[in-house]
Design a protein around this ligand. Structure first.
Ligand SMILES: NC(=O)c1ccc[n+]([C@@H]2O[C@H](COP(=O)([O-])OP(=O)(O)OC[C@H]3O[C@@H](n4cnc5c(N)ncnc54)[C@H](O)[C@@H]3O)[C@@H](O)[C@H]2O)c1
Length: 344
């Protein structure tokens, strides 16, 4: 074992950990994954067989008690994010990376912010779509001043169902508010909102929304949502569905003197000079498990010596949570009631 390498411990050996995070950590030469923790015995056995060199634990607390980590990587469902982050801060782990959404309640966000302030730890939410071709190419087009200042962004994500977790734990946890905290708004709206705010260059100040449960299998959480946002000099709309006939992502960015049409396969930029098509490397709807996105993200986090990116990231998380909680304020009473009953 090379003691100069950064020691990473991963909690939650599910799909995102196995298919994206761990392959990404293993491809960074200065890093070793020394420990994995999972509450599910089947997943612990699978972790042991996939990574015989790593020590395996039944909980984050057990792992933190035994290991001296440089990075705690949290890949559990949202309900477990805050307790693991707070435990990581208390144990003095310097960098804590956590899958989105950072948490699913305001009091948990306050607990995270307080634990971080009292410790030397820095917390980073994994906002992986900042590493996508979509984001890179939109930023390029905006920096070329292709369409002028952004006035409106519309982003749409359509799926025939929610994503499923590993079969040996609770594959449909995304429809259980005890684990997910909400439905499609927290699951997909999180990504759309940070992209939108970054392209507009401001945070939203007003939110209205329409939420519903279109398919009974997704009750009690919402599976369709339309969210309208006001920014200081722009507006935004996020349209989400887990009840669509097929998978697709699209949208548009309307600027002062042009439009960027976001298609599933690439951007189409329309200005007075004509139309230009710029394809991405792969379709937006192909997959969310891109180890190469996570290599770039993790490298950025490991190199964040001044923790400036960490502070920016946590401030952004506060905006995302505040905005998405306001969206849930527009939850129809029948969804509110069934979600509360599920939590009781
Ligand atoms: N960035 C992205 O695009 C992206 C994509 C997929 C998932 N995610 C996020 O990653 C997280 C995990 O999603 P997933 O699809 O991998 O789920 P999953 O169900 O496949 O994996 C979750 C794992 O956590 C384990 N677990 C549950 N509670 C635990 C606890 N208290 N302690 C230890 N282990 C526990 C389960 O046994 C399971 O192995 C979620 O927050 C999800 O939103 C992000």
């Amino acid at each position: 074992m090379n003691s100069t390498r950064r020691r990473v411990g991963v909690v939650g050996f599910g799909r995102i950990a196995e298919l994206a995070h761990i392959p990404a950590w293993l491809s960074i030469p200065s890093v070793e994954v020394v420990a994995l923790a999972d509450a599910c015995p089947v997943r612990r056995a699978e972790a042991l067989s996939a990574f015989p060199g790593a020590r395996i634990y039944a909980s984050c607390d057990e792992m933190l008690a035994e290991e001296s980590l440089d990075v705690l990587d949290i890949c559990t469902p949202p309900s477990d994010h805050a307790p693991s982050i707070v435990a990581g801060c208390t144990a003095g782990v310097p960098r804590i990376v956590c899958e989105k959404p950072l948490t699913s309640s305001q009091h948990e966000y306050r607990a995270i912010a307080a634990a971080q302030a009292d410790s030397g730890s820095q917390v980073y939410t994994i906002n992986s779509w900042f590493q996508s071709d979509l984001h890179r190419m939109v930023r390029e087009a905006l920096s070329e001043d292709a369409i002028g200042s952004v006035r409106h962004v519309r982003l749409r994500t359509l799926r025939p169902d929610c994503a499923l977790g590993v079969p040996s734990w609770l594959p449909r946890w995304r429809t259980d508010p005890r684990y997910a905290g909400g439905g499609i708004v927290l699951d997909h709206g999180w990504h759309q909102l940070y992209l939108m705010a970054n392209w507009i260059g401001a945070y939203p100040y007003s939110v209205s929304a329409h939420l519903d449960t279109a398919l009974a299998k997704h009750a009690p959480v919402e599976d369709v949502a339309t969210i309208d946002l006001k920014f200081p000099n722009a507006t935004g709309r996020i349209e989400l569905s887990w009840a669509a006939p097929s998978r697709t992502n699209d949208g548009e960015i309307i600027g002062e003197h042009g439009t960027i049409r976001i298609e599933d396969h690439g951007l189409i930029i329309r200005t007075a000079r004509g139309e230009q098509s710029r394809p991405y490397g792969e379709r937006l709807s192909d997959s969310s498990y891109h180890p190469e996105w996570f290599v770039a993200l993790f490298s950025q986090i490991l190199n964040d010596q001044s923790k400036a990116e960490g502070r920016r990231n946590l401030q952004e998380a506060e905006m995302l949570l505040t905005t998405l909680f306001q969206v849930y304020g527009h939850r129809p009473e029948h969804i509110q009631r069934t979600a509360e009953a599920a939590l009781a």
